[in-house]
Design a protein. Structure first.
Length: 78
């Protein structure tokens, strides 16, 4: 079951194995997914498109802190 943390009005959703971003996330959410030996940070656009960094983070905590930094930056623009 996906876990959601709200940080600065942004949902950071950690997906479990087998869960899909399209099923668990809404536009504006950040998804954290463990795959290919790392933790990947995915950003869901307003149109449902998904963008990601070029490589994953070695640990969940590093991916989470990166997602929180993006949420901080995004909230500062509003």
């Amino acid at each position: 079951m996906a876990t959601t943390i709200m940080h600065r009005r942004t949902n950071i959703v950690t997906l479990e194995e087998g869960e899909r971003i399209a099923d668990e996330c809404a536009p504006g959410d950040i998804a954290l997914v463990q795959e290919d030996g790392g933790w990947w940070t995915h950003f869901v656009g307003e149109d449902g498109s998904v963008e990601s960094y070029d490589e994953g983070y070695p640990t969940y905590n590093q991916a989470l802190w990166a997602a929180k930094a993006v949420a901080e930056y995004s909230s500062a623009e509003e």
